[in-house]
Design a protein around this ligand. Structure first.
Ligand code: FES
Length: 360
């Protein structure tokens, strides 16, 4: 008999729910190679807790890569109906420190820490949807489709997924299987080129107004949920608006798409007019930041390296240790209170109130 403690509770027992305010430890319970450069990692709670999340949400992973703390958010790709574990699906990005580390180092039984579920990319109630994804942006919409398959919700869904080539179409076989058994699901794959699969018989190319008119003739009646690289989402936003989708019916996952700009955060009056010295201790760099600028925006403009993604305090990617000084931080859930108490902050949504020294 195997006496090792399982991450899953015994059959018939309802485990406690994972609570993002107190829980952070995860154990990797499965790894699956999806395509030549995409893997799905499945995680459970070591205490066997269940996960409650909305399809479309993500987890922020805290990793230790060669002694350096790194954070990165990854959308959940599994169905929220399967509460014992959740999966994220990660593309190996050329030169990408975190995705490369996950692909090369994470193994079954590896442990790591994460904060979540987080995010507001959530499917509103509607009768007709267009799920639109580009590349690895498929992950949150895959969670939505898997949820619809699990719940048998009677909806009309067109799922349009674009990728570079047919061999880059993540979840291709599973989606084809779902489309053959879910009456309300129509599937459209759009590879940019047929490289590696010259026998591809479908349409190819980039997202365009002409293609959308053909593939989704009733697009103006649909709620559109879109996730992909920033240029893909910019094109989707413009095309859908042009084809009559009202802004209230167009929803996109934005943590990967934000631009580095100053956000208009409230800040103490006396700090607004002052300029502070901000030191990045590991890079031996000092820059001037006015009380009206976020630390991240100014660091980027000055060429200081800081990881970032959403730029609005949601994803936690820029989380850094503040060695000295005080900031006015206005985050949107990307950091926990106990992390703030431990001296961490989010440079993307923080303006200096004094000179700062940052452990970066
Ligand atoms: S970049 Fe997302 S929280 Fe700072």
């Amino acid at each position: 008999m195997d006496t090792k403690k399982s991450a899953f509770p015994a059959a018939g027992k309802l485990a406690a729910l994972w609570n993002r305010d107190i829980d952070e430890d995860l154990i990797c319970v499965d790894i699956h190679q999806e395509t030549h450069d995409v893997k799905t990692f499945t995680f459970a709670s070591p205490e066997g807790k269940r996960f409650a999340f909305w399809a479309g949400q993500y987890f922020l992973f805290d990793l230790d890569i060669g002694g350096e703390p790194e954070s990165r958010c990854y959308s959940i790709s599994s169905s929220p109906c399967r509460a014992q574990a959740f999966s994220v699906t990660v593309k190996r990005v050329a030169g990408g420190r975190i995705s490369t580390w996950l692909h090369d180092n994470l193994a079954v039984n590896s442990r790591l820490k994460a904060n979540g579920p987080l995010g507001h990319f959530i499917r509103p109630a509607a009768k007709k949807y267009l799920l639109l994804s580009g590349g690895s942006g498929i992950t949150p919409v895959m969670s939505m489709v898997r949820e619809l398959a699990d719940t048998c919700e009677p909806v009309d869904v067109i799922f349009l997924h674009a990728a570079r080539t047919p061999k880059d179409l993540v979840f291709r076989e599973e989606l084809s299987g779902l489309a053959s058994r879910m009456k309300g699901l129509r599937l459209q794959f759009l590879p940019e080129s047929v490289s590696g699969e010259p026998q591809w018989s479908g349409l190819t190319g980039r997202l365009s107004g002409d293609y959308m008119r053909l593939a989704v003739p009733d697009i103006a009646e649909r709620v559109v949920l879109c996730c992909g690289p920033a240029p893909f989402m910019a094109a989707a936003r413009a095309i859908t608006a042009d084809l009559g989708v009202p802004p209230s019916n167009y929803i996109e996952e934005s943590f990967d798409a934000a631009v580095i700009d100053d956000i208009d955060l409230p800040v103490a009056e006396e700090a607004k007019t002052r300029t502070f010295q901000v030191e990045f201790s590991k890079q031996s760099r000092k820059i001037e930041v006015s009380g009206e600028q976020t630390v991240l925006a100014c660091a980027k403009k000055s060429g200081v390296k800081l990881p970032s993604s959403c730029s609005n305090g949601v994803c936690g990617t820029c989380k850094s240790k503040l060695l000295s000084g005080t900031v006015d931080m206005n985050h949107n859930g990307g950091i926990r209170q106990r992390e703030i108490d431990a001296g961490l902050f989010l440079p993307c949504c923080s303006k200096p109130l004094s000179d700062l020294v940052i452990d970066r």
